[in-house]
Design a protein around this ligand. Structure first.
Ligand SMILES: [Zn+2]
Length: 469
């Protein structure tokens, strides 16, 4: 079996030409191509018009005589250093697994190199492009690479970009490390795939997650769009509610680089996170009112708040068992007790939002009301187990400076010392974390902070800025 060159890469704008495309060409078309190759070879022998995809050696079009006429084939120039090329004519492919795997590796490596070179060429076509480099020593496996990106480009007025062409599965640790490295350097990192399989390995998912639900492909469509546009164009695949949306073309100028850590055409993830936070609180909003304290044990009030209780219990089923256990232990009803705790947390949140004291559980609503209310609640055994919960809520909001008040610090310390505190494993804490994930859910809080999407009321570093009493 004779090997033939299956893909030849022509200088842009022609790009890749497969042996099938070549053989399907009109005779006039391939003869023209053949002439152009030879003409270039005569003028600039070290800058061939077409190269073998696998070895990068110069190729020409040979006319093979058959019974049905001349058929075009790609062939290496005999002076090429292509002796090792698996597509070199005469090198038969032995059908054993090791050789087949090696051949597969060659092909992937070659595709990787071609994608890097082509992306670099397209970037250079942008008149604003000040610098482009391609890492010549890269390997298809990410762990073999040096710390240089596959392609690096500086586009004046747009930014500095690192492209990682990823054909095989990347590793989570490397992905995060690279994002961190480039973010620190002020370089925008873009991962470029060739295709998206239906069953994506986790490594690809991790990349897409970093890119806020965006996948960028340099595929056939992107190549054609790039040639047409005269510059790098990527196929952008965006996550929808059920799978991918219809892919769109994206130029570098279209991309959002505002959040620093990742580059995306459209953030498909953050709105979902913000909605997740908002959803559990929505039902409480019209029920709570400042300066109009509720006796949550009153049957009419309980009925009014029934939808709020049903909502939080659907999010945190463990509340049902807690309610039963609470009755068994204290002979007090759990629902009014939980509503009171929730209203205290909402008071802290509202105070942090408005920047002045807002209390849902007492009539007194003037300056100092929040601390007065917390001190009063913490002085009784009923709410003492929640000192840590309230403190965590204050710490995670703009109202954290209330913790500087001596009276509150004392009340918290005494409560902690007297009774065992409810902790993150407790149903009440879980419910608080579902109502205020921005505060209690460390992972989500960190993610929102990374994306600079943490709401001001929950942002660290800001404070309501009152003097400690
Ligand atoms: Zn070759």
């Amino acid at each position: 079996m004779q090997r033939t060159i299956e893909i030849a890469d022509f200088e842009l704008p022609r790009g890749a030409v497969t042996i099938h495309t070549l053989m399907a060409m009109d005779q006039a078309a391939w003869e023209h191509l053949r002439g152009e190759i030879n003409f270039r070879r005569a003028r600039q022998p070290d800058r061939p018009l077409a190269r073998c995809r696998l070895c990068g050696g110069a190729v020409y079009i040979r006319a093979q005589t058959t019974r049905s006429g001349n058929v075009p084939m790609f062939a290496h120039y005999t002076d090429a250093t292509a002796g090792d090329c698996p597509w070199y004519q005469g090198a038969n492919l032995v059908p054993d697994n090791a050789r087949a795997a090696q051949y597969q590796g060659h092909q992937e490596c070659a595709l990787h190199r071609w994608m890097c070179d082509t992306i670099a060429n397209l970037l250079e076509q942008d008149p604003r492009c000040a610098k482009v480099t391609v890492d010549r020593y890269l390997k298809p496996a990410i762990e073999d690479r040096g710390r240089y990106p596959d392609v690096y480009a500086e586009i004046e007025g747009v930014g500095r970009f690192a492209f990682e062409v990823q054909l095989s599965k990347p590793f989570a640790f490397e992905i995060a490390a690279r994002h961190q490295h480039y973010q620190a350097e002020g370089v925008s990192l873009i991962w470029v795939f060739r295709g998206l399989d239906a069953e994506l390995p986790q490594g690809f998912r991790d990349v897409i997650s970093f890119q806020r639900g965006n996948a960028f492909l340099f595929d056939e469509a992107a190549f054609n769009a790039s040639i047409q546009a005269g510059g790098l164009t990527l196929s952008a695949w965006l996550e929808g509610a059920n799978g991918w949306l219809k892919p769109r073309f994206a130029r570098l100028d279209d991309l959002d680089r505002g959040t620093g850590r990742s580059v995306f055409l459209e953030d498909r993830r953050t709105p979902g996170l913000i909605e997740h936070c908002r959803a559990a609180r929505e039902i409480w909003r019209p029920l709570l009112r400042t300066g109009a304290p509720f006796d949550f044990a009153n049957p009419a009030t309980l009925e009014k708040f029934a939808p709020a209780w049903a909502s939080i219990r659907s999010h945190v089923p463990a509340l049902s068992a807690w309610k039963d256990a609470y009755w068994y232990e204290t002979e007090m009803r759990g629902v009014p007790h939980f509503l009171e705790i929730a209203a205290i947390l909402f008071s802290i949140a509202r105070t942090a939002i408005d920047g002045e004291d807002r209390v849902y559980v007492s009539r007194y609503n003037k300056e100092g009301a929040l601390v007065a209310m917390l001190n009063a609640r913490l002085s009784g055994f009923t709410f003492m187990p929640y000192a840590a919960l309230f403190e965590a809520m204050l710490t995670g909001t703009r109202a954290h400076d209330y913790l500087e008040r001596t009276s509150l610090r004392t009340a918290l310390r005494k409560a902690r010392g007297k009774v065992k505190q409810v902790g993150p494993e407790h149903a009440i804490w879980t419910a608080a974390a579902r109502l205020f994930p921005e505060v209690y859910n460390g992972m989500l809080r960190a993610e929102l902070a990374d994306l600079r999407a943490l709401p001001t009321w929950a942002a660290p570093g800001t404070a309501i800025n009152r003097e400690a009493a």
